[in-house]
Structure formats: C-alpha cells, structure tokens
Write a protein that binds this ligand. Structure first.
Ligand SMILES: Cc1ncc(C[n+]2csc(CCOP(=O)(O)OP(=O)(O)O)c2C)c(N)n1
Ligand SMILES: [Mg+2]
Length: 802
C-alpha cells in the first residue's frame, strides 16, 4: 500500500494564482523565442568570425521542437519553487528565454558555444545564468530531477528547508530518444520504491533522434513503462485546430489517418509541404466522404499548418494539460507530440539533427518572423503587441524565486582515530560513522548516507542502526518485532538518515549529486556519504562525472578495492579507479593505509564539502586488515596526509633509495624496506595518501612558476627534495602504476613504478601480489634493478644487490 506523505504536497504558488496569459501575447513570445534561438545558432556559425575553421554547431531543429513547450513553462506554468532540466539541445531556447527575462546578456548570446559564452548544453557550473540541472549526456539530467524530488522530500521531512522555500515541482523536458538510456528505467524503479512526488517529465515526442526517425508506436511502450510505476501519463497528440477539424469534413478520417501514419512518412510529408500532403491524402483517403471539401478549404499555407497542428506545438493544448496537472503530486509524464525543426525549412527531415539553415533560408525565415533587419537581437522588435509582451515577460520575471542564500557552514570537530590494534580502512570508516552517530551534533545531524544495496558489506550498518532508514512514513522492522536476532536494526521513517537504494550505481551517483546540491536548491546543507564497491564506480561513472560537473558536494567511500579484495573474485578487481580519482575535476581522491590517516582525511573532507572552493571526496578503501601503528603523527605528517604524502621514514643525506607506497600495500613496502635497510641505511619510505592531491599540488606549483612566481613549491617537491637526485624511487600501488610513476619527474629521480596492469584473476593475497609484482620481493627486485643509462656512454649502475 502506498503511504501518505507527512509533509505538504502542494507547491506554495501555482499558475492558478496568476491566471492564464492572453494567448495571442504568448504566441508572439513563442515566435520571438523561436527566432532568437535560431538566430543565436546562425550567428555563431555564419556571422561570428571563425578562428579555427571548425563548425560551431548548435541544434536549430531540436530547439524549434520545444519552443512552444518552453514558452508555456517559463511564461506560465513554472512556479517560483519549481526547477527544470532542459534537454541538452534546447540550450539556445533556454538562453533566449533567460535573455528575454533579463537574466542573460546579449554578449553571452553572441558568444554562444565560445569561451565564457552561453554553453552548448545547459550547465550549472559553466553558464553565467542560473541553471537548475546540467544536461548533455542524455538521460542523466532527466533522472536527476527524480532524485531531486526525493532529496526535496528528505530535506522537507528533516526540517531543512530555508525559510521562505516551499515544495516545488521538478520538471524535465526531455528528448524522446533519451528514453533509450537505461539509467531512466533504473531511476523510474527507484522512484517508485521511494514514492517520489512533484515530478513532471515532458517528452518532446518528435519521433526523431540523431540518426533518424524512431520506432512507430513507441508511445505505447512509454505509457506502459510509466503507468507501471504509478505515474500519470498525459498525451498531447492533436492541437486545437486538428481537434476542431474532427467535426468538419472528413475530420474523423483525417485524424484516424494521422493516428496510423508511420512516423517516417509523417516526417517526410512535413518536410515536403503542401502539395505532398495533398497528394498523399488524396491517395490514402481516396473515396472518403468530405475529403475534397477539406482539401478545398485549405490553401498551401493552411494545409501543412493544420496537418502539423500537434499538441506539443499548440499553446492552448499545452496550457490546459499543465494546468490540469497542478495540485496533483503524482508524478506526471507528458507525451507531447512535436515536429523536429517545427516552423523551419528543416522540419521533419530525417537528417535535420545537426542541420543548419543557410543564409538564404535564414533571411526568408527572418522575413516570416517579421524581424526587421538590424534589429535581430531586439527583444520586442517587429512584434504587433510589444507592450503586452513586455508585461507578460515582467510578470514571469517577478515570479522568479529569490536566489538561495549561502547557508552557514556546519561545524566539524576533529575526528578521533577509531580504536583497534588491527583494522582495515573500511572497518575504520564504519567505526568513525558509528561513533559520529552516537551523539546529536551539528555534523551528525546533517550527514545522510546512501548505498546501492551494499550498506552492510561496506560497513555502514552501524550508522544505519543508530540513525535509521529514510522513508516517507514510519515502518516497523518486522524481523526485530518478531525477535529474530540480527545485527541489522533498520527502523524506517521520515527522520531516518540513510537512503537505501537498489543495486544500480547510476542511481547512487545521481542521488549523491542531488543530495550534494541541497544547499544550492533549498538553502540548508546536508553532508552526503555514499558507499559503493570500488570496481562499480565504472558502472556509474558517467553519473559520477555528471555529479561533479554539477558542482555537487559528497563523500564517496569505495570499498573493497584493487586486487586486495582478493576473495571477492577477479571480476571485482578495480585497476583504473586511482586514475579516475586523479582525473576527475571536482573530486579529491584519497587512499589511506591506516585508521589515523582516515580520521584526519574524513574531518578535512567534511569541511572540504562545504568550502566555497571545495569539492567532493573519494576514499578508496580496503578490506585488508593491517596492524595499526602505535604513533601520533607529527604536525608535518598530519598536514602531509591531507596534501597527499608524508615521510614515514625520512631519507638520509646519502640515501640511494626510497619506496613510495599507497594504501593497503603498506606492509609490503615496510617488509621491502626492512630487507633493503642493511644495504641502504638511509632508505626513505614515503606514505602516499592521495596521489590526486599530490599531483594537483605539483601541477599547480608548475603553473604558478610558469607565471613568474619563482618561489612557488608543491608539497611533493619539498618531500622529494629530501631525497638525493641520483637516488632511485620505487612506487607501489594496488592500482594502475601510472597513478604514482609520475613521481619520478618531480625532482628527476629514476623510478620503478609497480602496480596492477592486468585484470581478472582470482587468488589469495600472496599469489595475487606475487603475480602482479607488487609484493615485498618485487619491490626489492625493482629497487635493485639496473638503471637504464641516462645518456649514451653512461654506465648502468646497481643500487643494491638482489
Ligand atoms: C549519452 C549520450 N550519448 C549520445 C549523445 C549524442 N546525442 C546527442 S543528441 C542525440 C539524439 C537525441 O535525440 P532526442 O533525445 O530525441 O532529441 P531531439 O534532438 O530529437 O530533441 C544523441 C544520440 C549524447 N549527447 N549523450
Ligand atoms: Mg527526438
């Protein structure tokens, strides 16, 4: 049984409060938006000088397809608390609308797709205007709205909505081919489990994708998918004029013909125009009563217009459908029939996706839009009713929400090192959260955890036992009620602080992305912590990249990792994740070995999540239990943990060797160090806690020096300058060796980079470490290997005997 949500469903203001706009005025705006979006693309491709000869591109047809829908949304249906994901290729329409609303500059439009200009696809982080959801990788922006509605419910239930904010509607305007992406269905199922509400997905059903025309009858499948998971499906098929024609001569026959017309044929006729429509109807409806009258009633202008009067281009039909859905929190899917390239000479052509009007076509189009030459960018030029249009724009502008104030930072106290002589970093992570859950501190109240069905196996269950699982209504833990012994005690209710997901990793990253933007949407911070098996980062990678691109702030604990997860099997090994962690903008990757390092990193991370110039944090953790060092880290070592490395054993003045290790291979590095110590008493051991931060620090210092800041120095440069230049460095990581092999370039040390570059073999740790050449013996061998001559004539040199 679906439960009742305890918090209000109604948005604060709805279009009922401001009433329907005059249709003629809205139509004038629609035409202006079509013109501006088309011209913006034309200007970038044909008028702005090119410096590289490359096509700039832009999607005039994809844009034209949604102009009516977006006009209705922005100038009538969207309320101040609503948020919208605009399909990627309608970015010019969004910018044209923002320009009319006065939130976008002309300069930006003129620089469309250029540096600092309006972005090719709506971007939260790179566009100068306010964008609710980035889009671009199709499917992700759509699903993001579903998770935003879930986060809105979470934030509401926890009383974390800034004063003056109310429940809004999350809207996605999507291309029909976006429904080919599997992540949509993963999200739909998850949304059903969480009883999501206040969500509209409006499908621009132009029945075209990039390469061509989509399958006939797709809408039947769409209806099935959505109604299966409790959504209302509203179809906008025919516009007002076609509906009216139903009662005229041959009306039923013509509408029935359109119903049955294959998508390809309909598109082709749309492209070809009046005489093609005429011929085809004569042929297919031969003998139908009233056909002649129907055709005689329409000239070459009105016949194509009526035959293409689809619901998604008919403002009245759109307004009716949207107005009828207000006040109903049930998620809605609108299937809006449209024509790709509607109103342009490109309309209906199967190859129109990247098609651009040529200058002659543009001039003709300009004439039809009534835009005077020289006034191409003027918002009201050429309109018959400029004052009324300006008034409507003004009303929409006044309805815009006020910017969300930056919320105060949640205080983060130092995190004590969890107790235990032998611990894995995964256990330490679980213990830290378990301890944080004990007391109601500002930090523990704002943490929200989530996991795709690996809560128990990633050690999150202690936290969940104490903080409960989020659900819109209270639910008993029946196993507990039935007195069945289990360490897992999962109370469910609106105050729960863990969101349990199904296995789909895409959903994990989409949810983390939206939780990580709660401060920007609702003005109060939550601090999201997600767990996943490290190899399955790859499964949800695009959504992870998307979350970072949106500027979301979250902590990701990925465990187990590497080949060190040995008993979990070869298929679960993660080899490339350190490189992902290093390469991903907005994400700081750490791979600690010991619990004290992890405690320092997590305390830093909770602050980094909130810092203006901060970002997200990825902890690559392990199930390998290590004997914990009895130590307290010196201040420079503790700082090094955050900067990315510190000397466990500082090299001597005449040292010929240092070993740099990362994460769970600490014991191998130490064993090798012991074996090599006799011959290299000054041997150094470098603990690398973040290859990512270490590398970034280095490249930042290089950049600053190149810009003339001669004294700039990176932590890794200071560390490695302790090691004589002719010493050898051996690096070792349970991941791709390139993650650390760059260390040799920092101060010019010869380096032997050890790591994993093959995949998939199950075994125990000794066998695996030996097979991949990352055990102590391999480190000793590498340390003792002859160095390649630096230049011709130089003698190879042995550092130590094997
Ligand atoms: C994940 C992903 N794969 C491929 C693309 C390339 N691509 C851009 S648009 C498009 C087709 C889009 O069709 P539809 O969603 O129907 O949009 P329309 O242009 O028809 O409005 C494709 C394949 C992409 N942007 N993202
Ligand atoms: Mg399409």
């Amino acid at each position: 049984m679906r439960s009742e949500h305890p918090h209000p469903a109604e948005p604060r203001l709805t279009p009922r409060d401001w009433g329907r706009p005059d249709l003629e005025v809205l139509k004038a705006l629609e035409s202006k938006i079509l013109w501006l979006s088309t011209y913006m693309i034309h200007h970038a491709n044909h008028i702005r000088p090119s410096r590289d000869g490359l096509k700039v591109g832009g999607h005039q047809s994809s844009s034209a397809s949604v102009v009516s829908l977006m006009t209705a949304l922005y100038f009538h249906s969207l309320g101040p608390d609503d948020r919208i994901a605009v399909k990627p290729h309608a970015s010019p329409v969004m910018h044209a609308i923002q320009y009319l609303l006065g939130t976008q500059d002309l300069d930006q439009l003129k620089r469309f797709r250029g540096l600092g200009g309006a972005q090719s696809y709506p971007s939260r982080t790179k566009d100068a205007v306010e964008v609710d959801f980035s889009t671009g990788s199709v499917g992700l922006g759509v699903a993001a709205t579903l998770f935003a509605s879930l986060v809105q419910d979470y934030v509401g239930a926890h009383g974390l909505m800034q004063d003056g904010r109310a429940q809004g509607r999350m809207v996605s305007l999507l291309g029909d081919a976006e429904l080919d992406e599997g992540n949509i269905y993963e999200a739909l199922l998850e949304g059903w489990k969480h009883e999501i509400r206040n969500l509209w997905w409006i499908i621009d059903y132009n029945r075209q994708s990039l390469d061509g025309v989509v399958n006939d009858e797709l809408f039947h499948k769409i209806e099935g998918f959505f109604s299966n998971v409790g959504w209302k499906v509203v179809t906008l098929k025919f516009g007002r004029r076609l509906e009216a024609a139903r009662n005229g001569p041959a009306g039923e026959a013509i509408l029935d013909w359109i119903e049955r017309c294959p998508n390809q044929l309909y598109s082709a006729l749309t492209f070809k125009g009046a005489s093609a429509w005429r011929d085809r109807l004569r042929q297919d409806l031969h003998g139908a009563s009233g056909l002649k009258s129907f055709l005689d009633m329409h000239d070459d202008e009105t016949l194509p217009a009526i035959m293409t009067n689809l619901g998604g281009h008919d403002l009245e039909t759109i307004l009716d459908a949207f107005d009828a859905a207000h006040g109903d929190p049930t998620p809605h899917c609108f299937v809006a029939y449209t024509i790709k390239g509607y109103g342009l000479p490109l309309q209906g052509h199967k190859d129109n996706h990247a098609g651009l009007m040529n200058p002659t076509q543009l001039s003709e189009f300009q004439r039809r839009c009534g835009v005077p030459e020289g006034a191409e960018w003027e918002p009201l030029a050429g309109l018959k009713n400029p004052r009324a249009v300006a008034d409507l724009i003004g009303a929409a502008r006044r309805r815009r929400r006020a910017a969300v104030a930056v919320p105060p930072v949640v205080a983060v106290d130092p995190i004590p090192t969890p107790a235990g002589a032998n611990l894995s970093t995964q256990e330490a992570f679980g213990k830290i959260l378990f301890e944080l859950a004990r007391e109601r501190t500002p930090l523990s109240e704002r943490i929200v955890t989530t996991s795709p069905d690996v809560t128990v196996s990633t050690n999150l269950s202690g936290w969940v036992n104490r903080r409960g699982v989020f659900h819109s209504s209270d639910k008993a833990d029946i196993f507990q009620d039935e007195k069945i012994a289990s360490p897992q005690k999962w109370r469910m209710g609106p105050r729960g602080q863990h969101i349990e997901l199904g296995i789909a990793e895409n959903n994990l990253f989409l949810l983390l992305g939206q939780l990580g933007l709660a401060h920007a949407f609702w003005g109060e911070r939550v601090l999201p912590v997600g767990t996943v098996y490290d190899p399955f980062i790859n499964r949800g990678l695009d959504a992870l990249i998307y979350a970072c691109y949106q500027g979301a702030r979250f902590m990701l604990a990925a465990t187990p990792s590497g080949v060190t997860l040995a008993p979990e099997g070869g298929a679960h090994q993660s080899v490339n994740t350190p490189l992902i962690g290093m390469a991903q903008d907005g994400l700081s990757y750490f791979e600690p070995a010991y619990a004290d390092e992890l405690a320092l990193i997590m305390a830093w991370a909770f602050k980094h999540l909130q810092a203006e110039d901060g970002g997200s944090v990825y902890l690559r953790l392990s199930t390998r239990v290590l004997a914990q060092p009895e130590r307290s880290l010196a201040p420079d070592q503790a700082a090094g943990v955050i900067d990315g490395a510190y000397w466990v054993r500082r090299p001597g003045m005449s040292s010929a060797l240092a070993i740099a290790y990362c994460g769970a291979l600490a014991p191998e590095a130490q064993a090798a160090a012991r074996a090599l110590m006799d011959r290299n008493p000054g041997l150094g051991v470098l603990a690398v806690t973040s290859p990512d931060r270490l590398y970034r620090g280095w490249s930042e210092a290089q950049r600053r020096r190149a810009l003339g800041e001669a004294d700039a120095a990176a932590p890794v440069e200071r560390l490695l300058s302790d090691l004589p230049r002719d010493a050898t460095l051996v690096s070792v990581i349970d991941g791709h060796p390139a993650s650390l092999a760059w260390l040799g370039s920092v101060e010019g040390h010869a380096i032997q980079g050890l790591g994993v570059d093959r995949f998939g073999q199950s075994a125990d740790l000794p066998d695996l470490y030996r097979t991949h050449g990352i055990d102590a013996q391999a480190i000793v061998r590498a340390a003792s290997a002859p160095r390649r001559a630096l230049w011709r004539g130089q003698k190879p040199r042995r550092l130590a005997e094997p």
